[in-house]
Ligand binder design. Structure first.
Ligand code: SF4
Length: 202
């Protein structure tokens, strides 16, 4: 996830899942992948499996052990709606967030249709709890469908992360969106927004 700005708005990160696979060009320089792969094969370390997907059942009770209210970024080192996360485990993550409801959770995904489908199933009779916020990443116009998926989900507070912004976006329909974060790419080899207009390449 490119979550730099989003995590700056939180007090803590909680990673009941780590690891992911790339899904769109916004993933090309995934910070989480670079960080995790740096520690691959370090026995006993949190990232001995590198960026391979891994579930962490022993972390599920972390929010309930944090007694003071926090703004928690969920899965900064993965994507909560990755296809390979078992449905039962996803349910347990949501159970944990609903139980520890004195916190505010922020979930950011690129798998927006899977998020919508999951939330429709879980909250079939109403809207999701208001202490869980949902966002989608939109790095260019090709990813703009994610906004519709977010709007179609029974999610309370919706936000957009337009980062790394890699290309132009048509006029955005912001109905139902509470918060928008936008930034370019940074670091060595960063694709500058102006340079990438009309081109997917650096
Ligand atoms: S979805 Fe997020 S965590 Fe997964 S590869 Fe892409 S940027 Fe990285």
């Amino acid at each position: 996830m490119n979550v730099n700005s989003a995590t700056e708005c939180t007090d803590a990160t909680w990673n009941p899942v780590t690891g992911c696979t790339k899904i769109s060009r916004g993933c090309d320089r995934c910070y989480a992948e670079r960080f995790a792969e740096r520690w691959r094969a370090g026995p006993g370390r949190n990232y001995e499996q590198g960026f391979d997907l891994r579930l962490w059942p022993n972390r599920l009770d972390q929010p309930s052990r944090w007694r003071k209210p926090r703004k928690i970024f969920v899965n900064s080192m993965s994507d909560l709606f990755h296809r390979e996360i078992e449905r039962g485990f996803l349910d347990r993550i949501f159970d944990a967030m609903e139980q520890a409801d004195w916190h505010r959770y922020q979930i950011l995904t690129k798998r927006s249709s899977l998020m919508r489908n999951y939330l429709r199933g879980r909250y079939a009779n109403g809207r999701a709890p208001s202490h869980i916020w949902y966002g989608v990443t939109v790095e260019d116009q090709r990813a703009a469908d994610r906004i519709e998926h977010l709007r179609d989900a029974p999610a309370g507070e919706g936000f957009l992360s337009l980062e790394p912004l890699l290309g132009p976006l048509d006029a955005l329909e912001l109905r139902g969106i509470s918060w928008v974060i936008a930034d370019g790419e940074s670091g060595p080899g960063a694709r500058h927004l102006k340079k990438s207009l009309g081109s997917a390449d650096p």
